[in-house]
Design a protein around this ligand. Structure first.
Ligand SMILES: Cc1cc2nc3c(=O)[nH]c(=O)nc-3n(C[C@H](O)[C@H](O)[C@H](O)COP(=O)(O)OP(=O)(O)OC[C@H]3O[C@@H](n4cnc5c(N)ncnc54)[C@H](O)[C@@H]3O)c2cc1C
Length: 399
């Protein structure tokens, strides 16, 4: 039996950052153990070499530049000089045309006839007419964007990415979508230019010579044998805080999906039923060796006729590479003989009632000396920069 002050479950960006944050605050290496089920670190941010170039096996991953503390931390392991800075070029493939993302700021790029269709839809949208805010996802999307943008793009795209009944999704997370103003959109169409703020990743960083996984690999290397790989957790005794009858801790930090806990320990039925209700979407990443023309870094594909919902044109952000990869919800994937990586836990799904369920799960966990953090510990659709920011703060708060 080995005893630690902190055991961290998961060596993704959250677990790795938390371990470093604790070390930075004076916790000893011998007091920390990170348990990882895979044989390598990095979680969804891992990369592989495919066709002689890097490929991000969890889907397209780019580092946002908004948070200085996150960049300082990341640059400790991969200096700024090893990253390229890109002005984001992302496209939506719609009505046989490639237009810039976000759609509502770039309607001016369509034919006059399509502009009129979409402008008419926005003019009649519930939010523009100050109708009450709907509570179901599909109705909310129509209320926000108007019928034709919803039916051509937002609903088919969301149907593809979630591959579930969209009305099981809540609307509490949609505040992240931009405001749609009929006046601004009309002005943009008349003047033939975009309007509004750039979305997340307006500028992003991507390694010059590696995939996105390299920085997490280095971060893990720096932790040495504080990480144990290929670990299959069979049991957690919450009375003694002991994992697999081998590792005891004062406290567990969990960044692994809560569903696993149902197998590991006895959980009161009210909490277990909350855990069972948590939904996740799986994503298959497929490599296509042909190089796709155009300048885009990635392309959104709402057409139902294509299984995938996004193409990642790596030749436009990975110097010297060819080919592209696609992201497809695993439910929609068709079998392939090509290179594929399946991520069963890719997206936490924002179902109705999820925030309340997660709050109850975290409360039960806290009472048992377990803290949920990261994408799966909080069931939040956070990007890796936010995973780092939150784990840095968590480390500061406990040590
Ligand atoms: C398609 C897609 C695109 C994305 N694009 C971007 C992007 O462009 N930029 C960006 O910043 N972020 C992006 N993200 C988000 C990013 O992947 C996450 O923010 C980040 O990976 C979260 O880190 P995490 O450590 O919390 O979770 P994860 O990366 O999921 O890591 C969890 C870790 O826990 C381990 N684990 C799971 N179960 C167990 C178990 N039973 N025992 C032990 N260990 C376990 C896993 O193997 C994994 O290593 C994207 C995500 C997806 C799916």
């Amino acid at each position: 039996m080995k005893k630690f002050r902190f055991i961290i479950l998961g060596a993704g960006p959250s677990g790795l950052t938390l371990a470093h944050s604790l070390l930075d605050r004076g916790v000893l290496r011998s007091e920390i153990l990170v348990l990882e089920k895979e044989t390598t670190a990095g979680g969804l941010c891992r990369s592989a070499t495919v066709d002689d170039s890097p490929l991000d096996i969890g889907g397209g991953h780019f580092l946002d530049v908004k948070h200085a503390d996150v960049l300082d931390f990341v640059f400790r392991f991969m200096p700024e000089t090893e990253w390229n800075r890109h002005e984001r070029v992302s496209k939506i493939h719609l009505r046989g045309q490639m237009v810039d993302h976000p759609l509502e700021a770039n309607l001016w790029q369509f034919s006059k006839e399509t502009q009129v269709d979409y402008l008419e839809a926005i003019a009649q949208a519930g939010c523009v007419r100050s109708d009450p805010t709907p509570e179901s996802f599909a109705t909310w999307i129509r209320w926000k964007f108007g019928a034709s943008i919803a039916d051509d793009y937002m609903l088919p795209y969301n149907q593809k990415i979630w591959s579930m009944d969209l009305d099981l999704l809540g609307t509490y997370w949609l505040h992240k979508l931009p405001e749609v103003s009929f006046r601004e959109t009309l002005k943009s169409c008349l003047e033939g230019r975009p309007f509004g703020k750039l979305p997340a990743h307006g500028v992003f960083l991507y390694p010059k010579e590696h995939g996105y996984g390299e920085v997490w690999r280095r971060m893990a290397d720096a932790l040495g044998d504080s990480i144990a790989y290929g670990i299959s957790i069979e049991s957690v005794d919450l009375g003694t805080i002991t994992i697999n009858e081998s590792w005891r801790a004062d406290h567990i930090f969990n960044s692994a999906p809560w569903h696993h806990w149902l197998r590991w320990t006895d959980i009161p039925e009210s909490v277990a039923s909350d855990i069972r209700e948590l939904r996740n979407a799986g994503i298959d990443v497929d490599y296509v060796p042909e190089t796709f023309d155009g300048q885009a870094h990635w392309i959104y594909e709402p057409a139902q006729s294509l299984a995938h919902h996004r193409k990642l044109l790596r030749s436009n952000f990975c110097p010297g590479s060819c080919g592209y990869w696609t992201e497809t919800n695993s439910v929609r994937s068709v079998s392939t003989t090509g290179w594929r990586h399946t991520n069963p836990y890719a997206y936490p799904v924002n179902t109705i009632g999820k925030p309340e369920r997660v709050a109850r799960i975290l409360e039960w966990a806290k009472a048992n000396q377990v803290t949920g953090f990261g994408r799966w510990g909080t069931w939040e659709h956070m990007n890796s920069d936010i995973a780092v920011k939150s784990a840095l703060a968590l480390g500061r708060s406990v040590a």
